[in-house]
Design a protein around this ligand. Structure first.
Ligand SMILES: [Zn+2]
Length: 104
């Protein structure tokens, strides 16, 4: 008796179209086609740079928060801690996007 194989579809992380997975043990297709794969390569590079930048900002604002001087100077208590938290969230958001782009 032949097994009924239900086609598994995933979503292209670049354009959102369905990607029908071919049966077999091969690596699953992440993208719907070559254009999206190429565009994703560029986005991955941009996201990597943005992560490095956000991590640097986070570190810098955290140091300012720990020193406590900056917020007094600009008259905005808690500003540095809020900025550091925001950049921490940005790092997490960018890492989630990177995960999508690599098919995780
Ligand atoms: Zn696509």
């Amino acid at each position: 008796m032949a097994m009924i194989v239900v086609p598994v579809t995933t979503t292209c992380p670049k354009c959102g179209k369905s990607v029908v997975q071919k049966p077999g043990d091969g690596r699953p297709e992440v993208y719907c086609g070559i254009p999206c794969r190429r565009l994703a390569e560029y986005e991955i590079k941009r996201v990597q740079r943005a992560i490095v930048n956000a991590e640097d900002e986070q570190k810098e604002w955290r140091q300012r928060a720990d020193l406590g001087m900056h917020d007094d100077l600009v008259g905005q208590p808690g500003l540095s801690a809020r900025k550091a938290d925001w950049y921490a969230g940005e790092v997490a958001r960018l890492e989630a996007r990177l995960r999508e782009l690599v098919g995780g």
